[in-house]
Design a protein around this ligand. Structure first.
Ligand code: ADP
Ligand code: MG
Length: 268
């Protein structure tokens, strides 16, 4: 299994066959089922969403597996790129995947953001744009929306508008986070930066991938944020974030095509 280059499109979670599947809507989640009788060591509980507790395997299990006879992937159905609940199994069997301990998964639930946490660049001069700011406010406020794309040629004022909106309304959000979003790597880095602000001691020595995975979980647990993805090159890069029911998303992009029809687009 190769290293993961991109932010996984989904978080993989393992549950025993016959148990209820967790109903997690964000981040996109793939639930793998496995035969519980083949896993009898090291189970601990992980609260995957409010009121949703699922079993997972701790390090004791994985060290026994890694020391034991060779195991095949088909034995372990809880393996996948981005596997977090099954990460120790993944580590033992398939090499590097996202590795977050149960403690870290729980910390994504428990860590609270300082009031008004933000990494916004300074407020720019923004003349006019009254109707565009109103459009953003109205669009993001729709119960079924939550995502808006500001599209237009380079230099037309997309980033300025998004930044002006974010500053104007930052007190309405728990966290306001600006993403350099030209590529999945850029997005991952901005997510990692968010983890660094929220859980600095751990994040200071964690990999970018681990920090980004943690930040995604944190966003799931802590609604009310605004994320601005500046200068998105490929609409697909936004896919893991646009179905998020827990906050608002603004993207700026030169791309006029390729956006899901469900996303409101403003052409400048
Ligand atoms: N509403 C505005 N009022 C004043 N200056 C603006 C406004 N919109 C854009 N600018 C200026 O125009 C330049 C390009 O804007 P920018 O937002 O970076 O464009 P884009 O993101 O579309 O490439 C910047 O120097 C910015 O400060
Ligand atoms: Mg720009």
């Amino acid at each position: 299994m190769s290293l993961i280059d991109d932010i996984p499109a989904a978080v993989h979670i393992a549950v025993p066959r016959g148990t209820r599947r967790p109903t997690i809507s964000y981040p996109p989640t793939v639930v793998a089922q496995y035969a519980a009788k083949t896993f009898d060591l090291g189970i601990e509980r992980f609260e995957a969403a409010p009121g949703e507790t699922i079993p997972m395997y701790n390090a004791a299990r994985s060290s026994r597996e890694s020391a034991g006879p060779a195991v095949t992937e088909s034995t372990f159905q809880a393996i996948g790129a981005g596997s977090v609940a099954a990460h120790h199994i993944g580590t033992a069997v398939t090499g590097p995947v996202n590795v977050l301990t149960a403690e870290l998964l729980n910390s994504a639930r428990d860590v609270q953001a300082p009031t008004g946490l933000t990494n916004l660049p300074p407020l720019p001069l923004c003349f006019g744009r009254t109707s565009e700011l109103h459009w953003l406010r109205g669009t993001l406020g729709q119960p079924t929306a939550g995502t808006a794309v500001v599209q237009g040629l380079g230099g037309v004022g997309k980033s300025t508008l998004a930044l002006a909106y974010a500053h104007r309304h930052r007190h309405d959000y728990t966290v306001t986070w600006w993403f350099a979003a030209a590529s999945p790597d850029h997005i991952e880095q901005s997510l990692a930066d968010l983890a660094l602000r929220l859980i600095p001691v751990w994040a200071g020595s964690a990999s970018t991938e681990e920090r980004a995975a943690w930040a995604m979980l944190w966003l799931q647990w802590h609604p009310g944020w605004l994320l601005v993805f500046d200068n998105v090159e490929d609409p697909h890069d936004l896919q893991p974030y646009v179905s998020a029911p827990n906050g608002h998303v603004i993207a700026t992009s030169r791309r006029s095509a390729g956006w899901p029809t469900s996303i409101a687009t403003l052409a400048l």
